[in-house]
Write a protein that binds this ligand. Structure first.
Ligand code: LLP
Length: 442
């Protein structure tokens, strides 16, 4: 079976150049760190395009497939532009994400708006900007959305987000499809929602069902289970309510390779499993072949991203660990402190050597929990070395914050030896932009 780009630990353009430095997208990482400063997020355009290609090829035998990139993984205008150029749509979860993809020039009919507590203003924005589908999550939202649609004299195309009751083996905080979840309608609540749409919420047009089972998933069989449940429900609803639901959205969740122990599935494998199961269910439940929507986030963008840090102080605990500090940490990559996530790193300015020492890479934030990588073997690190942490494209910048009033890093897009700043480094003045002293204190 073909391997896919999400199974790589590093961007596909990684090499060591003749200076002995790490090179990505034809750019020397040490020179990039020098030019743009650190911490620095670096995104490799070729890797992004390669995984998009994997997805498109692996689902090509089911032409009704639509890939909607889950913007929550990383949402900037330039990244959205690359993905829109690849023909992807967008799964968005906030007014901010909708506005970003709009500003990037995305085809708004290929945008879906998700979320368990969308506000009036966000739903209004979605309608005004022509978002193609809204995935209605709960009864409150159905009523709210219908009211807004009526006030604008519009009809709104919706899906119903359902909770299929599938447990996947990932971190509890990133599981979503199990029954005790804050997201979506329980299977037992679907009929009531459909009845309300038919009888009262006449400005809502229901097209299909939507589910998402979790994130960083390695098991392929649960997608087959999910499709079976969704198709069964589509068939049941169509028969019971005389409808012709013809869209199913199976969410995202495909994993990536953070460490050598991670064995994410090939997108080609997943494609085959999903399409075979879908074709089987089309027969089994006597439904018309539905349009199939997928919402991958991490698997599209994680592998293409790395973060460069500069090494600073270090501390050898007598008879204990050696801590090496870098100039970023938990605020530019919250995943280790939030989920105990593991990462792999390499020194950008030093050749791989067998002469390694075991160190713990810690961040610069004032928390003992600010540890980026525990007990990793690296060539001896000195002040000024440039450390490259792999697989930081997803859920790093998008979850970054300003703890300790540290400005957020810049982001650079690299391709064919070109590097362009796509997110400026925050300045101290940027931190002051929304910060006011009341007149009476002046
Ligand atoms: N669709 C829906 C409805 C979702 O809730 C999510 C992710 C996705 C698609 C995309 O899932 P992906 O393909 O990226 O796994 N911050 C966590 C991940 C939270 C995922 C939330 N939902 C992390 O850093 O691991």
């Amino acid at each position: 079976m073909l391997s896919s780009t999400n199974q790589n630990q590093k961007p596909i353009t990684v090499t060591i150049n003749d200076k002995g430095n790490l090179q990505i997208g034809g750019c020397d990482m040490v020179e990039l760190a020098d030019k743009y400063g650190t911490p620095l997020y670096v995104m490799d355009e070729d890797t992004i395009r390669a995984i998009c290609d994997d997805y498109k090829k692996s689902f090509s035998s089911y032409p009704k497939t639509n890939i909607m990139y889950a913007s929550k993984a990383l949402c900037t205008k330039a990244i959205s532009k690359v993905l829109a150029n690849e023909g992807l749509g967008f799964d968005t979860v906030s007014g901010g994400e909708i506005y970003t993809v709009y500003k990037a020039g995305a085809d708004m009919t290929k945008v879906l708006f998700n979320g368990n507590n969308k506000s009036y203003e966000e739903l209004e924005l979605a309608l005004d900007l022509g978002v193609g589908r809204i995935s209605a999550d709960n009864f409150y939202e159905l009523a709210l959305l219908n009211t807004i649609a009526q006030s604008k004299n519009k009809n709104v195309d919706i899906l119903l987000r359902i909770t299929p009751g599938i447990e996947c083996h990932t971190h509890e905080y990133i599981q979503t499809g199990h029954l005790d979840s804050k997201f979506g309608f329980d299977l037992s609540q679907i009929d009531e929602a459909v009845e309300l749409i038919q009888s009262e919420y006449t400005n809502l047009k229901l097209h299909g069902l939507h589910a998402h089972i979790g994130s960083q998933i390695f098991e392929t069989s649960i997608y087959a289970d999910e499709i079976d449940i969704i198709c069964r429900e589509v068939s049941r609803i169509n028969n019971k309510f005389g409808l012709k639901l013809d869209e199913i959205n199976i969410g995202g969740g495909i994993g990536v390779k953070y460490t050598n122990d991670d064995l994410p599935p090939s997108v080609y494998d997943i494609g085959e499993i999903i399409i075979n199961k879908l074709n089987e269910c089309i027969k089994k439940y006597s439904i018309e072949p539905p349009a199939l929507f997928l919402e991958p986030g991490r698997s599209i963008i994680s592998t293409s991203g790395i973060t460069l840090y500069t090494v600073g102080s270090s501390k050898q605990v007598p008879n204990g660990r050696k801590y090496v500090s870098v100039d970023g940490g938990m605020a530019d990559n919250p995943r280790p402190s939030l989920y105990d996530a593991k990462y792999f790193a390499q020194v950008a300015n030093k050749k791989e050597t067998t002469d390694v020492e075991k160190v713990t890479i810690c961040g610069r934030y004032c928390e003992s929990g600010d540890i980026l990588i525990k007990d990793v073997e690296l060539p001896e690190l000195e002040e000024g070395d440039i450390l490259c942490v792999y697989n930081t494209g997803a859920y790093n910048y998008s979850m970054a914050y300003n703890y300790n009033r540290v400005p957020r890093p810049a982001m650079v897009l690299v391709k064919d030896s070109m590097s362009d700043i796509i997110v400026e480094r925050e300045s101290y003045d940027d931190l002051m932009v929304h910060d006011n002293i009341p007149d009476r204190l002046k």
